[in-house]
Design a protein around this ligand. Structure first.
Ligand code: SF4
Length: 75
């Protein structure tokens, strides 16, 4: 285990990324460039799309490097 985990805080979702797990399949950046863009810093923008849509896309990450937690919407 390493602690090399990055966190990206959005309004409705928190995205975590563990670089050492990433197998560079490109599923994230090719499939959802509005949110995952290596040319931007930070490369993950959790507010660029609906949280549920980001979560569904992260579910397709083959390595588990990307994870997320949906946050309760403020009432
Ligand atoms: S989808 Fe997952 S394994 Fe593929 S590049 Fe993105 S973070 Fe890495």
């Amino acid at each position: 285990m390493t602690n090399d985990q990055k966190l990206y805080y959005g309004k409705n979702i928190t995205v975590t990324f563990q670089p050492e797990k990433c197998i560079h399949s490109g599923v994230c950046v090719k499939g959802f460039p509005a949110v995952f863009n290596l040319n931007k810093r930070p490369w993950v923008n959790p507010d660029a799309a609906a949280a549920e849509a980001i979560g569904r896309h992260i579910d397709q990450c083959p390595s588990g490097a990307l994870q997320y937690e949906l946050l309760e919407e403020e009432k």
